[in-house]
Design a binder for this molecule. Structure first.
Ligand SMILES: [Zn+2]
Length: 179
């Protein structure tokens, strides 16, 4: 059985090295839609794969990118200092913030969050199947479980600025992820 939960965020970025000049040379933003697909081999006592309530940390994670500048760690120091100087919400990430980059990053993090989520309602083998990131109304990128092999970073390579962390209900989930 497969379930899907949708999240949204408004994000700013530059995608370096892409073919489009508009995309690679300008700070700009998109209204992102993130779809998270989860499968299980059995249903819990409530006849669900898992209760969406258990995805509260995923919501917190996606919301961390809302009204946030996603800063690729490979950017030159000059841009980094500019971004940090004039923005409070900055997510410094090890992947370029293309839709594919976000999909892979979120796949990696949400997979970890699901592993850390305690299932107490008779859930089966709950697995993250894929993460789909829509950057525009006409295009999306989707990262599947097998794409986890493309991951060449870990949680320590991801940095959420203080202003982002201040809005978290608790930072326990992030501490657990980076432990
Ligand atoms: Zn863009």
């Amino acid at each position: 059985m497969l379930i899907r939960k949708l999240f949204k965020f408004e994000g700013a970025h530059i995608v370096r090295n892409c073919s489009s000049h508009r995309c690679r040379e300008n700070i700009h933003g998109h209204s992102y839609i993130v779809e998270v697909f989860i499968t299980s081999d059995k249903l819990d006592k409530g006849y669900m794969v898992m209760d969406f309530v258990l995805l509260d940390k995923v919501k917190e994670l996606v919301d961390s990118f809302d009204h946030t500048y996603s800063l690729w760690r490979e950017e030159p120091e000059e841009l980094k200092s500019f971004v940090y100087k004039y923005n409070r919400r900055v997510a410094e990430i090890p992947v370029s913030p293309s839709a594919e980059g976000y999909a892979l990053l979120l796949l990696y993090l949400i997979d970890k969050i699901l592993h850390d989520t305690e299932h107490k309602n008779g859930e089966g083998n709950v697995q993250l199947a894929s993460v789909r990131v829509h950057e525009t109304a006409t295009g999306y990128a989707e990262a599947f479980r097998e794409d986890l092999r493309l991951v060449d970073f870990d949680t320590h390579d991801i940095r959420f600025s203080e202003a982002i962390q201040e809005e978290w209900k608790s930072d326990e989930w992030w501490k657990q992820l980076t432990r």
